[in-house]
Ligand binder design. Structure first.
Ligand SMILES: Nc1ncnc2c1ncn2[C@@H]1O[C@H](COP(=O)(O)OP(=O)(O)O)[C@@H](O)[C@H]1O
Ligand SMILES: [Mg+2]
Length: 314
């Protein structure tokens, strides 16, 4: 691709359903992320985002003349096209939330989907790994709890929209400056059934096995409670400063490991309530797991009562 995609106005600028193509995105060539499915490039949004038309809140005013991260599909067969449309539809249905990464527009350019997002400073996995060189006693766990509280707020909002994220993991939490975490990557996000509050997945999607709940692994059943399980794995990633979950197990060994009642180890150097919350997310019975509203209250109470020295225990 050239170093701008303003040509997309000529081929139909499909940003958020038919708003005027008054703005465009210039792209640099250097990717910020690259894998088999997509490339992330840096870009710049001239003028205002169509999001401003849909969401008039003061907080959205920042989304004009700003840097953007542009996610471009690498391959585009029929299956991929459907998947990208699902991602766009999921993000649009959710609309604006303070703790969810905003999509500022999208278009199809040269037969490829291009999605523009607000630009993050880092992702949570990279951030916690960068802390692993530090003396643990210097790490402020209150800061971690504040991120967890924000993530639970976004997840509670997603559940209230009757959707499941299905890919909640530290790599998919983006950070904006020091104090703000937002959920991203809605590639696997979907609606759940209104009666059973679950989603029965087909076998075709690539799923992040080590983050999946036992009922998702065994029966492909997804719900707020399977997102809660993944949230427990995300807590493990954070407090271990970025360890891979079940590091000694192969993907095909996980089901029997979990079915026998095994779970990942507790940490012996974090406040006990953290271990307790983490393992409550991995209860076999869905009813025994908390929901995101419960966790918002737990984390708020930790934030209110803990001192500045809330940290790893020697
Ligand atoms: N808005 C953004 N700003 C900066 N970096 C981003 C942004 N969105 C994603 N990234 C980087 O790209 C990576 C992959 O993005 P993601 O949307 O999760 O794609 P995939 O579907 O391939 O997992 C993220 O882990 C993050 O490092
Ligand atoms: Mg991802």
């Amino acid at each position: 691709m050239g170093n701008d995609i303003n040509g997309c106005s000529k081929i139909g600028y499909l940003i958020l359903d038919g708003t005027q193509p008054s703005n465009y995105i210039q792209r640099s060539e250097k990717p910020i992320f690259l894998d088999n499915d997509c490339v992330f490039a840096t870009g710049y949004l001239k003028g205002s985002s169509p999001l401003l038309i849909l969401e008039k809140s003061i907080k959205c005013q920042q989304y004009q003349d700003c840097d953007v991260a542009v996610k471009v599909a690498s391959t585009l067969g029929q299956i991929e096209a459907t998947r990208w449309m699902q991602e766009i539809e999921a993000i649009k249905r959710l609309g604006y939330n303070e703790y969810i990464v905003s999509m500022l527009g999208w278009c199809i350019y040269k037969n490829s989907y291009c999605l523009a997002f607000e630009m993050a400073t880092s992702d949570l996995l990279t951030y916690v790994r960068s802390l692993s060189v530090k003396d643990k006693s210097e790490i402020d766990l209150k800061h971690f709890v504040a991120y967890l509280w924000q993530i639970c707020n976004a997840m509670s909002f997603i559940a209230a929209c009757r959707m499941v994220h299905r890919d909640l993991a530290a790599r998919n939490i983006l950070l904006f400056g020091e104090n703000k975490a937002k959920i991203s990557d809605f590639g696997l996000c979907c609606d759940f059934d209104r009666d059973t509050l679950t989603y029965q997945a087909s076998l075709t999607k690539r799923l992040p096995l080590k983050w999946l709940s036992i009922e998702a692994l065994l029966e492909r059943r997804f719900s707020e409670k399977s997102d809660i399980w993944s949230f427990g794995v995300l807590m493990y990633e954070m407090f271990s400063l970025g360890k891979e979950p079940y590091v000694s197990l192969q993907n095909n060994e996980i089901i029997s490991f979990l079915s026998q009642g095994n779970r990942m180890e507790h940490f012996d150097d974090v406040p006990e309530e953290i271990n307790e919350i983490m393992s409550s997310c991995w209860e076999r019975e869905l009813g025994e797991r908390p929901n995101f509203d419960n966790l918002i209250i737990r984390f708020r109470s930790i934030l209110e009562t803990s001192t500045e020295t809330y940290g790893y225990i020697k």
